[in-house]
Design a protein around this ligand. Sequence first.
Ligand SMILES: Nc1ncnc2c1ncn2[C@@H]1O[C@H](COP(=O)(O)OP(=O)(O)O)[C@@H](O)[C@H]1O
Ligand SMILES: [Mg+2]
Length: 283
Amino acid sequence: MKTPQRLQTLVDEGLIDTVVRQLMSGKEAMVYVVRCGEETRCAKVYKEADKRSFRQAVDYTENRRVKNTREARAMAKGTKFGRKVTEAIWQSAEVDALYRLAAAGVRVPTPHNFLEGVLLMDLVTDANGDAAPRLNDVAFSPEDARRHHASLLREVMRMLCAGVVHGDLSEFNVLLAEDGPVIIDLPQAVDAAGNNHAKRMLLRDVENLRNFFGQYEPALLKTHYGDEIWQLYERGLLRPETELAGTFVRESGPVDLSNVLREVDDARAEEAARLLRMQTPRQ
Ligand SMILES: Nc1ncnc2c1ncn2[C@@H]1O[C@H](COP(=O)(O)OP(=O)(O)O)[C@@H](O)[C@H]1O
Ligand SMILES: [Mg+2]
């Protein structure tokens, strides 16, 4: 196809030979299949902030590295420069997370380059070499549901051991490659140790996986692995290969009221974001 403008620099720089076709136009990005020498890859072109949905507004950016106080002030004020900084942080968060997770052996597409708001990475493919379907596009036997649920929990643990919580893990952001599930779409990923929302996001990621696979294997609906994983992580005991007991019971210790109130606020912001998100089709 004719080279889209946003990919022209990568063609000029020799990072891409040809653009084969557009794969998806999602909430936050346009995704293209491209040829790079012998390889077929995937180019994710981030939309500009004002054309995107609401995802980063709920405090995913908390504790992200900002170089100096001028940047921090500009971001807080929402000036044009501030928005540019926010934008750059948002995009590079996905690239950072991908490199970090690929190095930790997590099943994510191998990243190859990031230039001018375009992320070049491996194309995740099915048995025919075509772009792999999302979990949501596939039906599973109870046995396959159990198997993929278990292997994805393992990936969540591996990610957490590498210090990363995905934050938007669901049947829409896992592709089913020929050799098993691959996790994609990480711009909202957070640092597990430095972000107050990390626990809540991890619990939700684990819950999303359970609810999805639970449609095909109802026994999974009774599991509560998120709390167990987080507790092991907090105690420094989590390893990618840790066997989970699956019998976690929430402790009912004394209530920390400020914590409860913060959770209520978080839940409210989350719900507002969810409602806004529902106005655009889910990708
Ligand atoms: N590396 C990849 N290989 C194959 N398909 C991909 C890849 N990355 C993204 N896609 C396709 O593009 C869609 C959108 O990408 P995603 O990273 O989820 O962005 P968005 O923020 O728009 O949801 C995915 O649902 C998937 O179908
Ligand atoms: Mg997505």
